[in-house]
Ligand binder design. Structure first.
Ligand SMILES: [Zn+2]
Ligand SMILES: [Zn+2]
Length: 104
């Protein structure tokens, strides 16, 4: 039994909140189409790109029998399907069903 690569920890789910002055102004670092709303792996990302990253994290964690929180972020809203969703750098919410998810 050797301690090796197999023990590399899955990246932490906790993220650093996005700077308020970037939210809704700077462009998403992934798609460059929408403005930053939430912290991604490599910088600020829009809601759609955040959802893609978070869902990938959940899949990777499941495959390696690790645990990460389920992803509640998505556009349209994963709970009710409304596209009336927004985020402020660390919270994601749906204006229609009033779901709020803290992501950083
Ligand atoms: Zn994006
Ligand atoms: Zn909703």
């Amino acid at each position: 039994m050797t301690a090796g690569e197999r023990d590399v920890p899955v990246k932490r789910a906790q993220r650093t909140p996005l700077a308020p002055e970037l939210v809704g102004t700077a462009m998403c670092v992934v798609c460059h189409e929408r403005t930053m709303k939430l912290p991604g792996h490599n910088g600020g990302v829009c809601i759609e790109c955040y959802a893609r990253e978070a869902n990938a994290d959940v899949r990777i964690a499941r495959a390696s029998h690790s645990w990460v929180p389920a992803n509640f972020v998505g556009c349209p809203c994963l709970a009710c399907g409304s596209e009336d969703v927004d985020a402020n750098g660390y919270l994601f919410w749906c204006a229609n069903c009033r779901m709020v998810a803290r992501v950083a």
